[in-house]
Unconditional design. Structure first.
Length: 174
C-alpha cells in the first residue's frame, strides 16, 4: 500500500563533471560540519564559545586588532564581533580602546586575565586540533590545505562564473 508519494528516485540529469563536483561539495560540507562540531564541543570545555575563543586566539597571536580586522580574520560580521566582544568584556578577558592613529577605529586588546586564560587553554587546543588532523598524514595535510586555498581563492575571484555552460545545461534551461 502506498501513500501516493513517489518512491522512485528522479533520473540523473547531470554529467560526470557535475556528479564529481556535487560529491566533492557534500564531502567537504560533511567534513566541515564534523570538525566544527568537535571543535565546538572542545571549546565549551574552556567555558567559551567558538567565536569567543577565536577572538582570544587572534589577539593572543596577532596582538591588538581593530574590530574590523577581527571580523575579517574570523569571517564574521562587525555586528557579531561587537556582540562577542561585549560578552568577553563582561568576563574581563578583553577591552576596547579607540586608536590613537585614527579615532574612528576601535581596537581590541587582551586583559591580563584574557592573556592568562588563552595562554592556559591554547596549548591543549592546539594538541586537540593536531589529533583531529592526525587522521591525515603530514604530506596529505599540506596538500589538502593547498587544495582548499586554491578552491577558496578561485571561488572568491569569481571563478564559478567562468564555468562554461554545457549542452545538457542549456537544454534544461530552454
Amino acid at each position: 500500500m502506498t501513500d501516493g508519494r513517489e518512491s522512485i528516485a528522479a533520473p540523473r540529469e547531470w554529467g560526470d563533471e557535475e556528479e564529481r563536483a556535487l560529491r566533492l561539495w557534500i564531502t567537504l560540507a560533511r567534513a566541515y560540519l564534523t570538525v566544527s562540531r568537535e571543535v565546538g564541543l572542545k571549546v565549551t570545555e574552556y567555558g567559551l564559545t567558538v567565536p569567543q575563543f577565536g577572538i582570544l586566539e587572534a589577539l593572543h597571536h596577532l596582538g591588538p586588532l581593530s574590530l574590523g580586522e577581527l571580523a575579517e580574520k574570523l569571517l564574521v560580521t562587525g555586528g557579531n564581533i561587537t556582540y562577542v566582544m561585549d560578552r568577553l568584556e563582561e568576563q574581563g578577558l578583553v577591552y576596547r580602546k579607540r586608536s590613537d592613529e585614527d579615532r574612528r577605529v576601535i581596537k581590541a586588546y587582551l586583559t591580563a586575565e584574557g592573556r592568562q586564560r588563552i595562554g592556559e587553554v591554547f596549548p591543549g587546543h592546539a594538541e586537540f586540533i593536531c589529533g583531529l588532523m592526525g587522521h591525515l598524514e603530514p604530506d596529505e595535510q599540506v596538500e589538502l590545505r593547498s587544495l582548499l586555498r586554491t578552491l577558496g581563492r578561485g571561488i572568491a575571484e569569481g571563478a564559478q562564473q567562468a564555468v562554461p555552460v554545457t549542452s545538457s545545461q542549456s537544454d534544461r534551461a530552454e
